[in-house]
Design a protein around this ligand. Structure first.
Ligand code: AMP
Length: 503
């Protein structure tokens, strides 16, 4: 089954070596402070039984969830930052104050006023930019108070179950003080409960296309009262193969609805979807060409494949991440690394698409409240994760696609916070590293830990051969994988000398 919801279906810059034993640069102290702070919040390291994660059957054993944090007392006057000029109601301003959102992010500043004005918007934005609130707030402003047994007035289509839950949570956070009822519908959960909720009436449905279609086929969901439709992470939904499902759903929506489409990239299929199903959409681009260059430091290690796990342990020890996601390419690899890791460090868990939904939900809940510190994940499941405490991304395996690198690294450095990403690269993977660097238009810095330098020495000839291979591979990528290129007028040509061609 697919991991994604219910889917149907040499001129390198000189390596910046770190002096052995020297302190790593930047704000790791801050990370550690944050980490200590978190421990304090939870009663200190000794304040609860040591976290012991064993695999699947022990996933229950994440310890007690911490009691909900008391709601911050509202100040006399709610925040009046940039949000106050957007035409939002007092209810929304109060909810924003409670959520601690003081200033709108760029996408919020751009999209909210246009959405409130009733305009269709195609917003290009990655996760971590505050895109969710930019459609949640206008929806909450536009729906009427809940009527019993009423059909939904807004629907949000998302690619994965995890994202469905996150979007629903954002709705609930920003709907505090309103009567709005929000329901997430996605596969892997018994449908009966969802049917019951739909019968009672919900205002907003957030769902994966497959499960939404399922409800439509059963007649348990009606779309005739929709005022707003949101396609969130549209590029991802199309990648997964949801296009036919999305079109079937859109054809059943009222013609006079408002449509908002959010997508990290706008390749031709997304454009086509927008042309066909949106009314004169305004396009707004909030996707920086660079991967959060200001807030995410990116390093690579050259390491032989058989030393990767030991390097991981050393890196965790050196960095002491507040929270990390360790990305692997395969589900089996994810389990294997987690099984080894849990014997060595506290607070490890893993998540991938073959785990039951209830296990995935438990793992995510434990990761969100900090009981899980190191989450080993596959790309599809990992890319939807939005947890603000993630300080480190560790690419245990080089991602299969350059865009996956962008999505992985984007799990940290959320909303301007600092983050760091490390990528383990075997000597054979130099070309793949080059392609990533071309994709993000930035050189990763080399890092080293004593004892883990690659033992595969490369002669001059080998080096030249690798350079040529990487060059050829880059060119192939550039010409054959244009759909994965995020923006630009045509296929981007790799800068000739800037990138490393081999390790
Ligand atoms: P998103 O890009 O929607 O996944 O949001 C990323 C994270 O930023 C989420 O945890 C949001 O709760 C948070 N967030 C969204 N808007 C704001 C804001 N204006 N100020 C502070 N945090 C925000």
């Amino acid at each position: 089954m697919s991991e994604a919801g219910d889917a149907p279906s040499a001129d390198a810059a000189p390596p910046r070596r770190r002096e052995e034993g020297s302190r790593p640069p930047r704000s790791r102290d801050r990370d550690r402070d944050r980490s200590r702070g978190r421990d304090r919040d939870r009663g200190g390291r000794g304040g609860r039984p040591a976290f012991e994660s064993t695999y699947e059957d022990n996933f229950e054993d994440f310890g007690e969830a911490p009691p909900p944090k008391p709601r911050a007392a509202r100040t006399e006057k709610t925040y009046t930052g940039g949000f106050s000029t957007m035409g939002l109601s007092q209810l929304s301003m109060d909810a924003l104050a409670d959520a601690g959102y003081e200033e709108p992010s760029p996408i919020q500043a751009g999209l909210i006023p246009r959405a409130l004005a009733g305009v269709d918007v195609l917003g290009q934005a990655r996760t971590g930019t505050g895109k969710t609130a930019s459609f949640v707030l206008p929806i909450l402003e536009k729906i009427d108070p809940h009527h019993a047994h009423a059909p939904p007035q807004a629907i949000v289509l998302v690619p994965t179950r995890e994202l469905a839950v996150q979007v629903k949570d954002e709705f609930e956070k920003l709907a505090s003080g309103r009567k709005a009822s929000i329901l997430a519908v996605y596969g892997g959960k018994p449908i009966r409960q969802q049917v019951e909720r739909l019968k009672r009436g919900v205002d907003v449905v957030v769902g994966t296309p497959g499960r939404v279609l399922d409800h439509l086929a059963r007649g348990t969901l009606q779309l005739h009262a929709l005022k707003l439709v949101v396609l969130d992470e549209a590029d991802r939904m199309l990648d997964i193969g949801f296009r036919p499902d999305i079109e079937k759903i859109l054809r059943q929506c009222p013609a006079d609805r408002q449509t908002l489409l959010l997508s990290a990239t706008v390749p031709p299929p997304v454009e086509k979807l927008a042309r066909r199903y949106m009314r004169e959409p305004e396009t707004m681009n909030f996707s920086p060409t660079d991967v959060s260059a200001d807030t995410i430091e990116q390093f690579y290690f050259t390491v032989d494949a058989d030393k990767k796990f030991d390097l991981l342990l050393q890196l965790i020890q050196r960095e002491n991440p507040t929270q990390s996601i360790i990305f692997c390419r395969t589900k089996r690899g994810t389990e294997k690394i987690h099984n080894h890791l849990q014997k060595k460090v506290e607070g490890s868990a893993c998540i991938h698409g073959d785990l039951s939904q209830s296990v995935r939900d438990r793992v995510m809940a434990a990761f969100r409240d900090g009981r899980v510190k190191h989450l080993v994940a596959t790309d599809v499941v990992g890319r939807g994760i939005d947890v603000s405490g993630i300080s480190h991304i560790i690419n245990y395996d080089v991602p299969a696609f350059c865009d996956d690198y962008v999505h992985r690294v984007g799990r940290t450095g959320r909303m301007g916070r600092e983050g760091v990403a490390y990528t383990f690269v075997t000597p054979e993977e130099g070309g793949e590293l080059t392609r990533i660097e071309i994709r993000i238009d930035k050189l990763l810095q080399r890092d080293e830990i004593a004892g883990f330098e690659s033992t595969t020495a490369r002669g001059r000839d080998d080096m030249e051969a690798a350079k040529a291979a990487a060059q050829a591979a880059s060119t192939k990528y550039i010409t054959s994988d244009v759909g994965a290129e995020p923006e630009g007028d045509g296929p981007k040509q790799p800068p000739k000398k800037k990138y490393r061609r081999a390790l």
